[in-house]
Design a protein around this ligand. Structure first.
Ligand SMILES: Nc1ncnc2c1ncn2[C@@H]1O[C@H](COP(=O)(O)OP(=O)(O)OP(=O)(O)O)[C@@H](O)[C@H]1O
Ligand SMILES: [Mg+2]
Length: 234
């Protein structure tokens, strides 16, 4: 299988005053293209920390992360921002949709911004946009074609989470990182969200890394790894 991400001997410490808190202590992990990988582990073990570092939202204390053989740990802040916008989609436990925008606008937003920036780079202020068209297709993909003009407050918890999934897909990322995507919704609603994740994975070959406590999610994943005492357990 083609390798998408290689995590090599990753370390992360936090400092509490002078006290060093070692969280990640030599994580080694490969992620393959098109796979749905679940990461499980006890509360406080460092799952979110690891996901943030994979997503370039935080930097490791040591070790390297390669995306298709490119070492992102040597990137500047500017390069990281660009890389994150182009290559990574995020789904969090709390969906973090913008309340004053519709489902369609929430999904289209980052692509609108990107198109505008790319167009401005090329030919000044003129730009055309496929953002709404793509957002509509993605909302159809997650079963929300009837909810395009709804605001987040007019959607159920599971629907909001599905909008968040569509939003994560809008720039065709190399990988979608999800931190407990079913952590904040009930069992039945979770099943609908899991259906969508699995469907997107299988039909669009989208690579996912999902941190979860939910054994039903790990059952649907292609592979589950466990983070134990700062390392991926054998
Ligand atoms: N910015 C930070 N500064 C200091 N300590 C931190 C910081 N972020 C995380 N930690 C500590 O690192 C440890 C791991 O946190 P993390 O959020 O990664 O755990 P987790 O495995 O995601 O737990 P949970 O399952 O409860 O979400 C915790 O002890 C936490 O207090
Ligand atoms: Mg966490």
């Amino acid at each position: 299988m083609d390798k998408l991400i290689r995590i090599d001997n990753l370390y992360k410490s936090f400092y509490d005053g002078d006290t060093e808190l070692q969280i990640l202590k030599g994580v080694n992990l490969n992620v393959h293209k098109s796979e749905m990988l679940a990461i499980m582990g006890a509360s406080g073990v460092g799952k979110s920390t690891l996901l943030h570092i994979i997503g370039t939202l935080d930097r490791p204390t040591g070790g390297n992360i390669f995306y298709e053989d490119e070492d992102i740990t040597v990137f500047s802040e500017r390069e990281l921002t660009q890389f994150r916008n182009d290559a990574i989609g995020f789904v969090f436990q709390f969906h973090q949709l913008l309340p004053e925008f519709t489902a369609l606008e929430n999904v289209a937003m980052s692509r609108l911004i990107r198109n505008k920036k790319n167009a401005a780079d090329k030919d000044g202020n003129r730009y055309s946009s496929d953002a709404y068209e793509n957002a509509e297709i993605l909302l159809e993909n997650v079963g929300l074609s009837e909810r395009l003009e709804h605001f987040p407050s007019q959607l159920s918890g599971g629907e909001r989470q599905r909008v968040a999934i569509a939003r994560a897909l809008i720039n065709q990322p190399k990988v979608v990182l999800a931190d407990e995507p079913t952590g904040n919704i009930d069992d039945k609603t979770s099943e609908a969200v899991l259906d969508v994740l699995q469907d997107i994975n299988e039909r669009l070959n989208q690579t996912f890394i999902i941190v979860t406590h939910d054994s039903r999610l790990s059952k649907r994943a292609n592979r589950t790894v466990h983070l134990v005492d700062g390392k991926i357990a054998d």
